[in-house]
Design a binder for this molecule. Structure first.
Ligand code: HEM
Ligand code: HEM
Length: 148
């Protein structure tokens, strides 16, 4: 399979997963520990974690297809478009904070610190989703091209 074909699969899958991620994030924001549509609150969180980790795995593949596996830092620094740099920084924050709240969640541990990290994670998470949508709009021609 050529690199272009892999990019095509990766980028279109990212669009589909992003749509589910947006839905999952709204559910997380508004469920407030309650069951929803007959599905227990903890199951919604498990779905959110699985979906988010899947999306991050796709992002790593996306970046690997662009940059290979080495010298990411210098390539990120050389990026001319500020939006792409922000995508990296905010993705790193959302992933790290998501992993931290997941540990609290797995331990059934509720605390003020967990709540604070969860709120920051959620709000910055929505910012990441908005930036991803903007990033897709910027590459709209790529999606419209007959080759893709
Ligand atoms: C979430 C859904 C995303 C979609 C659908 C998406 C889609 C695309 C598309 C269509 C391109 C140009 C075509 C190509 O692949 O060569 C591209 C380029 C790129 N993407 Fe993404 N992307 C997403 C998320 C991200 C994220 C989160 C990052 C960074 C952490 C990122 C970093 C880049 C970079 C560095 C480029 C090349 C430079 C540029 O044109 O900005 N992308 N992306
Ligand atoms: C684009 C990525 C992500 C977005 C937009 C997002 C969004 C959200 C939102 C809006 C909340 C609710 C926050 C609140 O109630 O104040 C939340 C909670 C949570 N997220 Fe994420 N998230 C993302 C990635 C992740 C990742 C990668 C993980 C784990 C590895 C994760 C794990 C969690 C956990 C464990 C909770 C708390 C659930 C609970 O205690 O019921 N998230 N997220």
């Amino acid at each position: 399979m050529t690199k272009i074909e892999k990019l095509k699969i990766c980028d279109w899958t990212l669009v589909v997963v992003l749509i589910f991620e947006i839905a999952s994030s709204f559910i997380m924001e508004f469920k407030h520990g309650r069951d929803l549509l007959g599905i227990p609150s903890r199951s919604w969180t498990a779905i959110h974690i699985a979906l988010s980790l899947g999306m991050f795995a796709l992002m790593v593949w996306h970046l690997y297809l662009h940059y290979g596996f080495s010298g990411w830092w210098s390539k990120i620094c050389k990026l001319k478009i500020a939006l792409s740099k922000w995508l990296f920084a905010i993705s790193a924050f959302v992933l790290t904070s998501g992993l931290i709240v997941s540990v609290y969640w797995l331990m059934h541990y509720r605390s003020h610190v967990k709540k604070m990290v969860e709120i920051a994670h959620g709000k910055i998470g929505f910012l990441l989703l908005a930036l991803c949508v903007w990033h897709i709009i910027r590459h709209f021609n790529w999606f419209c091209s007959k080759k893709n």
